[in-house]
Design a protein around this ligand. Structure first.
Ligand SMILES: Nc1ncnc2c1ncn2[C@@H]1O[C@H](COP(=O)(O)OP(=O)(O)OP(=O)(O)O)[C@@H](O)[C@H]1O
Ligand SMILES: [Mg+2]
Length: 396
């Protein structure tokens, strides 16, 4: 069942009651959420060209445009990354008028590079992602989400997913990359996007990508930082259990959304194979872990783990950090795109044995079947049950 277009899907993320930044990739529903959460706010959208020109010429106009408003009035400044120079004025008005600001943007990159002080800790930062399976509730469809992702536009209109996702990527290239002048030459960046899409969920090898894109390693580095700053992807670092382990494995790169990864890879018109579906399912689980981490404000570090024997565990959630007297606590999660659980898949989970080096909270296998199993200390559960347990706070 599709989501009826007119229905607002309530979001799990709540707005702080004092000034905040709301960041999130394009199109995840930031503006829509703020309009619902702060209906009485004075709302200013910097996409409005005349407003943008006026304010960037003279940031002091902001106070006059807002007008006589009582203390604690909410001011919503959308697309704040377009005018970082406004932040000093926002800061001043927070102090002198005691107004509260909701500052919304799809990238912190320009805010940082513009030298803005990000309000020096006076505003908290919250992050929105595409829909969570928990938010979609009974409208969540696993195979649709694995195939096309969790962007609101896509979930509302899955029949049009290839067109929507292809337009999404083109808009990104045009508005975020070309118009903002993020890269000097666009064609190599397009080649890079394509490769980064195909390598979703894999360990990053800068040398290989540089060779295939025909640019330098440092340029590939910059390209990745663009994807990360515009929130299109995340590096998942390798977990290192001991203090002593020196050799740092390369991080994995995951796109924020399996549908956008597929668009970047150029596979919107092709049926996707099992290998891709497996990665897409991991991408989805990573997405849900990030959403839960954010809304619960637990903000636990996430990793993948490659054991010394070379077997890999998809996700490690460090639920308590190592201290001098105490080993770190972890939850380990292995994700499988399969309707039947194969017991050989427990091997990587068992390879992280509990010892003086670490304390295991839970070992979890996620798969696409319908039964839950308890094999010794390993819980194997269907993805839907995992999501329920995650948002009930039972996983970490
Ligand atoms: N909570 C929601 N329930 C139903 N549909 C939604 C919801 N949030 C967003 N949408 C749909 O997704 C579209 C994009 O949302 P919105 O414009 O709020 O995203 P955004 O994050 O502000 O994007 P941008 O970064 O491009 O400004 C909306 O036009 C609407 O169709
Ligand atoms: Mg918006």
């Amino acid at each position: 069942m599709n989501i009826p277009r007119t229905n607002y899907v309530p979001r799990l993320l709540t707005c702080p009651n004092r000034s905040f930044f709301l960041f999130g990739p394009r199109g995840v529903g930031k503006s829509t959420m703020l309009r619902h959460a702060l209906p009485e706010a004075v709302s200013l959208d910097l996409l409005d060209a005349s407003l943008y020109l006026e304010l960037s010429r003279d940031p002091h106009r902001l106070e006059a445009i807002i007008g006589q408003k009582p203390e604690r009035t909410w001011i919503l400044l959308d697309e704040i990354q377009k005018a970082p120079e406004l932040l000093d004025e926002v800061h001043r008005l927070m102090e002198s008028r005691r107004w509260r600001f909701a500052l919304c943007g799809s990238s912190a990159r320009k805010l940082r590079r513009g030298g803005a002080n990000l309000l020096a800790g006076r505003a908290v930062t919250v992050n929105l992602e595409g829909f969570s399976a928990k938010e979609l509730g009974t409208n969540f469809d696993l195979m649709r989400s694995v195939s096309w992702g969790m962007l609101p536009f896509v979930q509302e209109d899955p029949d049009q997913a290839p067109e929507i996702l292809s337009a999404y990527l083109n808009t990104y290239l045009r508005e975020e990359v070309r118009e903002e002048g993020l890269v000097r030459r666009v064609p190599p960046f397009v080649r890079f996007l394509n490769l980064a899409g195909q390598f979703n969920g894999q360990q990053v090898n800068l040398v290989n990508i540089a060779r295939e894109t025909a640019v330098s390693r440092s340029t590939v580095d910059t390209y990745f930082s663009i994807l990360i700053d515009t929130l299109l992807g995340h590096f998942l670092p390798a977990w290192r259990p001991g203090f002593k382990v020196r050799e740092a494995a390369h991080p994995k790169f995951y796109w924020f959304d399996p549908g956008v990864a597929r668009a970047a890879a150029g596979w919107l018109r092709d049926p996707v194979d099992r290998v891709w579906q497996g990665t897409a399912l991991e991408t989805l689980v990573y997405h849900e872990l990030r959403v839960y981490n954010e809304i619960s404000r637990k903000l636990r570090p996430l990793f993948f783990y490659r054991t010394p024997a070379g077997v890999e565990v998809d996700f490690i959630i460090e639920t308590a950090r190592r201290q001098f007297d105490n080993p770190p606590h972890v939850v380990a999660v292995e994700v499988k795109r399969a309707e039947r659980w194969d017991r050989s898949w427990e091997k990587p989970l068992r390879a992280i044995t509990s010892g003086p080096e670490l304390k295991i909270d839970r070992l979890i296998g996620i798969y696409c079947g319908s039964r839950t199993y308890q094999f010794d200390n390993i819980t194997v559960m269907p993805i839907a049950d995992f999501i329920t347990a995650l948002f009930a706070g039972e996983i970490f």
